[in-house]
Design a protein around this ligand. Sequence first.
Ligand code: TXA
Ligand code: MG
Length: 319
Amino acid sequence: MKFQTQIFNAQADFTSSIALGAELLKKGELVSFPTETVYGLGARIFEEAAVLKIFAAKGRPNDNPLIAHISAISDIEKIAVEIPDAFLKLAEAFFPGPLAVVVKKHPRVPAAVSAGLDTIAIRMPDHDVALALISATGEPLVAPSANISGRPSPTIAQHVLEDMAGKIPAILDGGACRVGIESTVISILGKTPIILRPGTITNEEIEDVLKTKIEVVSSFTTNERVASPGMKYRHYAPKAKVLLFKNGAEAEMFLKENDLLKTRILSNSFKNARPLLAETLYAEFRDADKASIEQIVIILDDNTEQKLGLMNRILKAAE
Ligand code: TXA
Ligand code: MG
């Protein structure tokens, strides 16, 4: 245990929490902070030693690139080159918000940030604590989700503490994350923009802004050639086994033969189930593990199946 990890209440003590967080970051330490999607594990982008600490703290494979978080549009010139028009259109429409855009990396950005790629994913989080922390630090922050690799992303400060206690000096507590699943990642490097990781911003919303058809990576699973390296790893998974059902009747039969004390049901269409929402999915996973639940039964419905981002996380967890 290198640190006595402290949680700072960034809602009650906004100014002092930001000042403290920025001071630690400037010293090359890691600080966890809230965003609208999930909690991030932040380091200064130009401090390679700090960036490497992120991989160690998470147990993250070093071929999985990080997302740069900016607080002002003018920040992009420091970290990207040959910025296409499409970037500015997307930024205008969705920043701050849950969209990360992959463009060409500035050679000044340490190689570890992008796992050796010459590209960089950039987003502006829609959270006052995140934005203030980035500005106070004076440079963009790289921030993966603040979980141990493979575990569900944290959506409250307590989740971060579960995974990062002793490994980082500070967590800024900004309450529960509004969105609950990670940002949509889109690459605009090729002729056709392509969604590398689905989120809550839909393809249609992006097509409306870019006035062009976009693609979605067909395989979000194990494949050496995946465009977004992070998608090939097992993700978002609780320890409990996740079982998917398309209809209530089948689920009912399954539940009759199983120990309900060790089972949890998530659904928007099934009696006595807990809600199946992006906002609460990861919290449900973590909570089930704490309660020693052995299986999580997820019963889908048409409305849920339309939600690409949520479905992607559910399918990953059930793999
Ligand atoms: O919502 C989010 O994006 C959260 C919060 C903290 O901002 N962050 C997050 O980071 O989810 P992380 O590291 O858990 O996921 C980053 C994803 C990975 O799938 C990674 O492969 C992809 O973004 N990515 C990052 N840089 C990339 C690049 N240059 N090219 C392609 N994919 C990239
Ligand atoms: Mg992650």
